[in-house]
Design a protein around this ligand. Sequence first.
Ligand code: GLA
Length: 365
Amino acid sequence: MTNSPKMNFQRVFGTLPQTQASAPGRVNMLGEHTDYNDGFVLPTAIPQRTTVQIGFSSDARHHFYSAEYDELINFSDDDTIPQKFVTYICGCIRILEKEGYKIPPINLYITSNVPIGAGLSSSAALEIATLRGIRALLNLPLDDVRLAQIGQLAEIRYAGVNCGIMDQMASILADTNTMLFIDTRSLEYRPVPFPTGTEILVIDSGESHNLAAGSGYNQRRAECEESARILGVKALRDITDPKEVEVLPEPLKRRSRHVVTENNRVLEAVKSLPAERFGELMNSSHASQRDDYEISVPAVDALAAILQSIPGVFGARLTGGGFGGACVALVKSGKADVIASEAIDRHHRAGYSGRVLVPEVPVNS
Ligand code: GLA
């Protein structure tokens, strides 16, 4: 990602910022496509973050500058929200206003090193950094879970992704040292340690994903809701035995089987498992996403298979919304770098273009 080196808040807006805030991207270890089914998820924060500097605007409009895109966008309350990086910012402001908070015109300067299109929640990081910044600037009485809900609403209403709450909750509450277990029905959450002797590795498949309108994401959600309706439950979270979905027609049967088995995997994974068992759950999660939920693509399947075959890898799976994006692997402590280079080498030799995202590769290497 190329930050424009000469620009900063003062150069763009002619004043100093009043405050600043940041938020990380996330990688989900287990529990995929369970959050909009009232289910269980287990994300962790990644080191990459989005930072916003923020101050009051001197005119009647908002001004948003992205260092990554080197683009300044002006926005008034009556404008239609543009479909660009500002969608998420404008969406958050609109939702705050609908909730009764008056947001005066602001200047916002954004920098980020959260990878875009890799399934690591760059949009949630932007929403949460923005909401944290506005909360601090205006001293708004909103707690972290409420901010996550506002970010989720902004994404649903203005970016067209009918998403769950995992990404925003993870971005505002998770850290990089533990996993965050979230019950997306009650919104209760607690930190869970990684299995002893492990670290994580995240590799992008080189195939960018986009979950907005027209992608399979919203269709999958609709299929889950239809399944719950036929089964007579509020949400698929209420089914715990995979046999109960056998009565459904295809493809609803396979979709629901993924959700039910995935919820069961998360509930097992939080019981202080040894790394080997945690890794097996990750591998079955990948197979379930590939075969039952059908959200994987060849570049991701090749990467998962390569990772799963390398000694020192306990398990690997597609992470995030799918239809492209990255794989997360749980690996033996101290081995991430050497495993990463073998995996990348083999992925490239198979004709794909994987690249390492976590641990971060130094810029000059
Ligand atoms: C996207 C959504 C999340 C979640 C994941 C899949 O990241 O924003 O709410 O549904 O996909 O687990």
